[in-house]
Write a protein of this length. Structure first.
Length: 642
């Protein structure tokens, strides 16, 4: 059994939201205030805490602003075993073999104490005849600002005693307590104990003998595991270094140690059919490599958790985590990610006696329409498993996210580019050539562009990324604005300009012009620009996507206008090709230097290192040298900030 989906009505920012959950691990990603914590809290309200101590209750303030109906939190549970199908028959939808549980809160604003919570079962949300079965669906919650060191502290002994109980046999624990008792009894015979008792008795006798004599003793308290555990202190250190108290450890490793102890507790929860491990910001205090290791660990523990439920509960662990970390988001496939977005929700006035359901018009009487009363911010959920992608497209995106660290899942405005050259050169172009440095809002505009994600996909295969970012799910898309910058890469006739005398031009094993042309994309009816716009049209996202293409390719189009840009580009070019004087003389003499440069790049694709050239150009632009941004890049930058 696992939680397959969660439906929320009128709960905080979740006016009408359905969240799909994966059997093992699900990541809820999104920007601040998008509703991640609200969804986790809903799961806490729907299920019982593993500890049995509930600390979260539904309140009137949980009702969505402007909402008229009750709060409804419904969980749909799938994957029931043969035994669970029989045990959860009261909550079962026979047609789908899924169990439904709902928590409904009916608020009473005038008399809050009359507000009531209903725990319902079944698809029809009727009375729950077997609440004890629902109680076998538990949760453990780790707050985002958890203090792992305090939780691991043995002041109460509770957690250490629990860990010892789960990791050892009863016989070993009994032997441990017996030895502790024997040791303490022997210790009570030590001179420190007997001497103290004797001297203390003398003072007590002086006070009590005149009235009624009293005799005192000094011994250790009855030995129990929890009391012994209070004296234990966890220590941790890097391998080969002396152990140090947990208080002296870094927060990251303390956090990992604490989560490991929680997993031990979950794995040994003998009376739970399913336990939801709800972790907010598991990346807290962890560097990127540890984040990836943690996620692998959580996935492995979830996969290993189910037990044979022939003789007892299945004990499955399901992990749901919220994160702001691209490192975590990139470590799982997109099927396991739910992106949360904020969207505008228009609230309306409820039909009441003061606002009747029928109104009179010039044409007669008609049903009254609810009057709009305002616009609120609400949560929308995009389960990436719902994005319509082929297996090949999904594979490409998963592989890309694994390398890129998933920034595209966290952005609202994105610029997709073919390679590292565009990604390197766009920021200095925006700051120094496009945005007006004399404007009073120049700093604000720079920050606005910095909020735009420039995403290098490493190819011209933009199609899968457009489908991911522009496809509408539950009324929202992953991005509000998407700009694509691509090369024109036109076919050209054989170069008529002799460029082979360049002493730095090593063409021995470079492809010839006809070989390079043979490796170009096959001719198609639609240009790359048109193909991308067609995808946007099919997705109904014409107004969101803008495509800008170079006439030739980035490096060549930077030449325009050559009288202004040529001197800077010559400096950058000669850092790689210091003896390219003849080539630059040819460019200066040409009526179209960009085309000449493009022909040269097509003839010898290894003529220059494009990434290195872009870095050098960006450095020179940033240093304040004169440069004009090509028109198509200017338009792309302005469009991304629209």
């Amino acid at each position: 059994m696992y939680l397959a989906s969660l439906r929320l009505n009128n709960f905080r920012s979740c006016r009408n939201v359905e969240v799909k959950i994966q059997p093992g691990l699900t990541l809820l990603v999104g920007d601040n205030n998008s509703g991640k914590s609200n969804i986790v809290d809903a799961m806490r309200l729907l299920t019982a805490p593993l500890s049995g101590r509930r600390v979260r209750y539904l309140e009137i303030d949980d009702v969505s602003t402007g909402a008229n109906g009750p709060i409804e939190i419904e969980g749909v549970f799938d994957g029931l075993t043969r035994f669970q199908l029989g045990q959860y028959i009261g909550a079962l939808d026979i047609g789908t073999n899924k169990a439904h549980y709902m928590t409904r809160f009916r608020p009473d604003v005038d008399a809050p104490r009359r507000s009531r919570v209903e725990n319902l079962a079944g698809r029809a949300a009727g009375s729950d005849a077997e609440p004890e079965k629902r109680d076998q669906i538990r949760h453990v919650y780790l707050a985002p600002l958890r203090d792992a060191k305090r939780e691991l502290d043995s002041a109460t002994g509770n957690r250490m005693a629990l860990i010892i109980k789960y990791l050892t046999s009863e016989a070993d624990r009994t032997d441990f307590l017996d030895r502790a008792i024997d040791g303490l009894r022997k210790l009570e015979e030590h001179d420190v104990i007997t001497g103290t008792q004797k001297r203390l008795q003398e003072h007590v006798s002086d006070l009590t003998d005149p009235v009624r004599a009293q005799v005192i003793g000094l011994s250790f308290r009855d030995v129990r595991l929890q009391r012994l555990a209070r004296g234990l202190r966890l220590k941790i250190a890097e391998h080969g270094v002396d152990l140090a108290d947990i208080e002296d450890s870094g927060l990251g490793y303390a956090n990992l140690l604490y989560m490991a102890s929680v997993i031990i507790e979950l794995r040994n929860a003998q009376d739970a059919e399913l336990t939801l491990f709800l972790v907010e910001e598991p990346e807290a205090h962890l560097h990127p490599q540890l984040q990836a290791v943690l996620l692998d660990y959580l996935q492995e523990q979830a996969a290993k958790s189910p037990r044979d439920d022939t003789d007892g509960p299945a004990g499955r662990i399901q992990v749901i985590a919220t994160t702001h970390s691209p490192n975590l988001a990139s470590a799982v496939g997109i099927r396991n990610i739910v992106v949360l977005r904020t969207q505008e929700i228009r609230t309306t006035q409820e039909i009441t006696e003061e606002a009747p359901a029928i109104e009179e018009t010039a044409e007669g009487y008609k049903e009254a329409e609810a009057a709009p009363t305002g616009i609120q911010r609400g949560t929308a959920a995009i389960a990436l498993c719902d994005i319509d992608l082929t297996d090949e497209e999904r594979r490409k995106i998963d592989q890309y996210l694994d390398v890129s660290r998933a920034e595209l899942l966290f952005t609202r405005r994105a610029v997709l580019v073919e390679g590292v050259s565009e990604a390197v050169i766009l920021p200095p172009l925006a700051r120094n050539c496009v945005l007006d440095k004399r404007a009073a809002n120049y700093g604000a505009r720079c920050r606005e562009f910095r909020a735009v994600s420039i995403i290098n996909i490493g190819s011209v295969d933009f199609g899968p990324y457009l489908k991911l970012l522009l496809q509408e799910v539950n009324g929202v898309r992953l991005v509000d604005r998407l700009v694509v910058i691509t090369d024109g890469d036109p076919d050209v006739v054989d170069d008529e300009v002799d460029l082979d005398d360049d002493p730095d031009d090593d063409l021995d094993d470079a492809p010839k012009a006809d070989e390079a042309a043979a490796k170009e994309e096959p001719a198609v009816t639609l240009s790359r620009h048109d193909r991308l716009e067609k995808i946007a049209t099919q997705l109904g996202a014409d107004s969101i996507l803008a495509v800008f293409a170079a006439e030739f390719t980035l490096e060549a189009d930077l030449m325009n206008p050559f009288p202004i840009n040529g001197p800077l580009l010559e400096i950058a070019f000669k850092r790689q090709k210091p003896r390219s004087g003849k080539f630059w003389s040819t460019l200066k003499a040409s009526p179209n230097p960009a085309e000449v440069f493009y022909r040269k790049l097509r003839t010898s694709k290894r003529y220059i290192g494009k990434g290195e050239f872009a870095h050098d150009v960006a450095e020179l632009i940033q240093s304040g040298r004169t440069f004009n941004c090509p028109d198509y890049l200017t338009q792309a930058i302005q469009s991304a900030m629209r």
